[in-house]
Design a protein around this ligand. Structure first.
Ligand code: HEC
Length: 448
């Protein structure tokens, strides 16, 4: 091979794999040769291991912390190496427990699931479920990311950025424009949560903000059979009713007053994880998951489980109540290398998910619906996300109006002093949008 050609090859490889220290492009190639029966066999054998007690955390099985059939690990496409490394923590020498060879059954299962469901392979370190537009807007700090968001809004030339409201018909037109705005397509400057933030790769408190619970949802001995039965029912027929049964039973398995903060967080995460992995199936690919908003998930579950509320939002509330990792009494392996323990900033991405899941706060537990809007609005303002804040307020109000519901939203808008921006253009844009929002409300409220 001559040097020039070799250099091109190296560059091509670097481009493909750059930043993808865990990227998998070929690991399921061999599995593509298998028949559907053979794939199903791998899945069936893998599920036995998936449900088998492991050697740590009181004999928890993978199924006690991950998706009922392991589909989360297939969608997020962890490498064989990562599956083995992470699974090895659970391997134990007992006869009835997970052995190293059984762990191989799980690796086979994950690859077989990917082929069977024709799952797009993504890089789990980069792919963020439900991230609007698929990627995060960049900036030096929150203000910078907020400005990047302002530019996206401006470039989309919405009426509310270009036309001043001077009549009722224009107000209603802009209200409708807000109602049509696709939240899931517009990229934001707030990074939502990775499925897994492995302490092996990450050194920040963000490892507490991923989706997978650190404490397992493992039932007491006499509940085990029923719990496993529900897991199997869902695996065989992943419908809303089966999902609701899992969520309902999972909530009964503990009494919040008796468990520590980390367990409480894990319970909330497990609910969020179940709902999210359900969306993976419906969306088909992680890429599509980024395009959906979670909006129907809680509504669909209501029918079978009216007390479901909004687990995404509740995780935000949890981090608000526990603004430091010190509250969590974390095991050594999780603490390793934290330079600071401030967890307050972990709330916002979960609030954003909670808002996407329930944009009118119909199911979310707040003092009143206006209360929820004030929570996310204040948080956005505090963290310097001013354009994001106006966006959320306007979009929520528009969504409420669509359902013919109105609530006084003064606390969420007018109490915020006008921030100062770096350029006169941004200043003007902000004032223009907020003034339009105010007029849109005045005019459209008088519609009633
Ligand atoms: C007690 C709960 C629990 C159990 C049981 C559990 N996991 Fe996990 N798993 C987690 C958590 C939490 C994370 C995310 C952070 C981390 O890696 O610790 C995770 C992450 C992972 C990851 C991604 C790692 C990465 O690099 O991002 C893989 C793969 C994985 N688990 C496989 C398994 C397998 C296989 C089993 C069963 C043998 C299993 N897990 C059992 C809690 C659990």
């Amino acid at each position: 091979m001559n040097t020039a050609f070799r250099t091109i090859c190296i560059i091509a490889v670097l481009i493909t794999f750059y930043g993808c220290n865990d990227s998998v492009t070929t690991e399921n190639r061999d599995y593509e040769l298998l028949s559907l029966n053979e794939l199903d066999e791998h899945i069936e054998i893998g599920l036995i291991a998936w449900r088998m007690p492991g050697g740590i955390t009181g004999g928890s099985a993978c199924v006690h912390c991950h998706a009922p059939d392991g589909l989360d690990l297939a969608y997020l496409n962890y490498s064989d190496f990562t599956l083995r490394r992470r699974g090895a923590e659970h391997v134990s020498p007992g006869i009835e427990t997970l052995s190293a060879s059984k762990l191989e059954d799980i690796v086979n299962m994950v690859r077989a699931l990917q082929v069977k469901h024709n799952i797009d392979l993504v890089n789990p370190r980069e792919s963020i479920p439900f991230q609007p537009g698929g990627n995060v807007l960049q900036g030096e700090d929150n203000r910078g990311r907020d400005q990047a968001f302002a530019k996206v809004i401006k470039a989309s030339s919405f009426r509310f950025t270009t036309v001043a409201i001077d009549s009722k018909s224009e107000a209603l037109r802009q209200l409708e424009e807000w109602q049509q705005l696709p939240v899931s397509d517009i990229p934001i400057g707030i990074e939502l949560n990775h499925w897994s933030e492995d302490p092996y790769y990450s050194r920040s408190v963000r490892i507490l903000s991923d989706w997978v619970p650190a404490v397992s949802i493992k039932p007491a001995i006499n509940d085990e059979e029923e719990w496993l039965g529900l897991q199997i029912n869902y695996t065989n027929k992943p419908g809303n009713r089966e999902l609701a049964n899992l969520l309902k039973y999972g909530s009964l398995l503990y009494d919040v007053s008796e468990i520590g903060a980390l367990s409480e967080l894990s319970r909330l995460k497990y609910k969020a994880l179940l709902i999210a992995q359900h969306q993976f199936r419906e969306a088909g690919t992680v890429e599509q998951v980024q395009k959906i908003t979670l909006k129907n998930s809680i509504r669909d579950l209501q029918q079978y489980y009216p007390e479901i509320k909004n687990p995404f939002w509740e995780i935000g509330v949890f981090f608000d109540r526990h603004p430091s990792a010190d509250y969590l009494d974390l095991p050594e392996n999780l603490m390793r290398g934290f330079s600071e323990s401030n967890t307050a900033e972990l709330a916002l991405p979960w609030y954003w998910l909670g808002w996407m899941a329930d944009p009118t706060f119909e199911f979310t537990d707040c003092d009143d619906p206006g209360g929820c809007l004030a929570v996310i609005s204040d948080r956005l303002a505090e963290e310097g996300f001013h354009f994001h804040r106006v966006f959320v307020v306007a979009k929520t109000v528009a969504a409420m109006a669509m359902e013919d519901k109105w609530y006084p939203f003064e606390p969420a808008t007018q109490d915020q002093p006008v921030p100062s921006f770096e350029t006169p253009e941004l200043q003007k844009l902000y004032e223009h949008i907020t003034e339009n929002l105010r007029l849109m409300l005045d005019y459209s409220a008088s519609k009633k």
